[in-house]
Design a protein around this ligand. Structure first.
Ligand code: MTE
Ligand code: MO
Length: 534
């Protein structure tokens, strides 16, 4: 028989001294509780999206990011794009993380004083996030589920950690309430452990991986119609942009925090609105249509004079003109509202999609399947129009309509309805900044010039107030791409000199020197360099 005697119990605990966690410990528990909320919610959202039970819009952090972007005033957004360029999303993420961390810490500190108030504050955070989830394009009430489950876990940690106990002081002192230290530490520790585990798990959920797998399985279609490409195309000068921009160097502009997770096998495009025949087409049908290969230069309307929001790539895809012809646009239609799976919209002039130019539903970029951040599985590419009115990535819906009846993402924010690209040119060499040359030095000036869908026939360089001199031009595949240029200048005259460049398009029109801001329809003015001859 085993002894039933239990080891002697420790002596009855001495009456506890009133205890409160330090502010830092309380803040940390607040962060754990909020971390748990988002960790669990993101995990559930990712699993939900992956299993198609929930839409891609149920991620609370994604929704907060989208809400943040939507509320960002125009000037700040432009400042972010021009200051941080493609890193603007990273800056936004860091900003959002800091904001959430501070709010979570404050909730913890508040709980130390009043768990009820803290619960209310945390509730406000949850409601704000919930509203952000519901405001996302294509979301429904069920998309709130991940957030609600996460919040239940997070808030219960908060409540349990800060559960009060009544302490009866031994003497005739009044009864005081304090926090049970052991319980606080146990709950905080458990909460932190669960938060870390869910955080790690949610990283392992293969929803992004599924999309990459879908992309890896896709095969670049063989185009039946290819523009001639000669080997070693274009000019080669140190510092000059290559004629074709490699995918990894291609500028990226969009309004999403993370690219939407859309698999090729799930992609469907609906063509509807003012058409005789509605069309719904899947990825397989799209790549089975006649494919063409075209080199087209994309440009962002936010590109400042001399800026880098421009790139030239070779795209493979089906021509939009043929698809629209099958749909049969009706009298009075003048616009196609193109919607991305992330909710972004562009209103594209119907004319630009049907006037014979190579407007594409592109599936490949520079010989690869479209990179996810450039629109996988399908994006639009329209020669001659700025990206915001034409280059919709992750495109899933084309509604033939009238400009008078719709408003697109950027047009409601003060940008023009029609966005034809303005003729422009820039220096790549020398780079901006202080440059010195010895007198008599043969200085190579070089850059790119563009007038998509009209074509560049000349580039001219001016030294100070001298005559405009013709630069040499690189070859070009079509009027839809930029052209490289270069010019040699013999550095003469000690002191400072201003070098300017301007383009001449195929109609003979010379690039204007009038300065215009990027808002509402693209910047104008001349790019220049100031150099010193010694
Ligand atoms: N879905 C979606 N498509 C989009 C955008 C966006 O914000 N969302 N931005 C447009 C803008 S403003 C530009 S300039 C181009 C940029 O394309 P890129 O990122 O492949 O260079 O995409 C266009 N397509
Ligand atoms: Mo853009």
């Amino acid at each position: 028989m085993t002894s039933t005697t239990t080891p002697p119990r420790p002596a009855a605990e001495t009456p506890q001294t009133p205890w409160l966690p330090t502010r830092w410990a309380a803040a940390l528990v607040g962060i754990v509780a909020v971390g748990l909320t988002f960790g669990i919610a993101e995990l559930l959202a990712a699993v939900g999206a992956w299993t198609d039970v929930l839409s891609d819009t149920s991620s609370p952090l994604g929704a907060l990011g989208a809400g943040f972007i939507r509320l960002t005033p125009l000037w700040l957004e432009r400042f972010a794009i021009t200051t941080f360029g493609t890193a603007d999303k990273t800056v936004l993420r860091i900003g959002m993380a800091i904001t959430v961390l501070i709010a979570a810490g404050l909730v913890g500190v508040l709980a130390r004083r009043s768990p009820r108030l803290a619960l209310a504050a945390a509730g406000v955070l949850v409601v704000i996030t919930g509203v952000a989830v519901l405001l996302r394009h294509g979301s429904s009430w069920t998309d709130l589920l991940p957030l609600l489950v996460g919040a239940a876990a997070g808030l219960s940690v908060l409540v349990r950690a800060f559960r009060r106990q009544v302490v009866h002081e031994p003497a005739a002192l009044p009864t005081t309430t304090t926090i049970d230290r052991r319980n606080f530490l146990r709950v905080a520790g458990m909460g932190a452990a669960v938060a870390v585990v869910t955080g790690v798990l949610s990283r392992l959920v293969p929803s992004a991986a599924e999309v990459q797998a879908s992309r890896a399985a896709a095969i670049v279609p063989v185009p039946g119609d290819v523009q001639k490409v000669t080997a070693n195309f274009g000019l080669h000068e140190n510092g000059l942009s290559p004629y074709i921009t490699p995918n990894d160097d291609f500028y990226r502009i969009d309004t999403v925090l993370a690219p939407p997770l859309l698999r090729a096998e799930d992609w469907l495009l609906r063509v509807h609105g003012l058409v005789d025949n509605e069309i719904t087409i899947g990825y397989g049908d799209l790549v089975n249509r006649p494919q063409v290969q075209r080199t087209i230069t994309l440009t962002c309307v936010s590109n400042e004079v001399g800026g880098s929001l421009i790139g030239n790539a070779t795209w493979i895809g089906a021509r939009l003109q043929d698809l629209l012809a099958e749909a049969g646009p009706q009298e009075g239609a003048d616009c196609v509202l193109c919607t991305s799976t992330d909710g972004f919209t562009s209103s594209t002039p119907l004319e630009a999609l049907t006037d014979g130019r190579d407007a594409l539903l592109a599936v490949a970029m520079n010989g690869e399947i479209l990179p996810v951040e450039h629109g996988f599985p399908v994006r639009m590419v329209v020669p001659g129009l700025y990206g915001y009115v034409s280059a919709t990535k992750w495109v899933v819906d084309l509604e033939v309509t009238r400009f008078a009846d719709v408003a697109a993402y950027w047009t409601v924010r003060g940008w023009s309805d029609h966005g034809p690209i303005k003729t422009s040119s820039r220096f790549d060499v020398p780079r901006a900044g202080t440059v010195q040359y010895d007198e008599g030095h043969q200085v190579v000036l070089a850059g790119v010039a563009w007038a998509q869908h009209t074509g560049i026939t000349g580039v001219q360089v001016q030294i100070d107030d001298g005559a405009w001199e013709d630069a040499d031009l690189g070859e070009t595949l079509s009027v839809d791409t930029w052209r490289q240029w270069s010019h040699t200048w013999t550095a003469t005259g000690k002191g400072q000199h201003v070098l300017r460049v301007r383009a001449v398009d195929a109609t003979g029109a010379v690039q204007t020197d009038a300065v215009a801001d990027v808002v509402p329809d693209g910047a104008t003015g001349l790019d220049s360099r100031t150099v010193t001859v010694v």
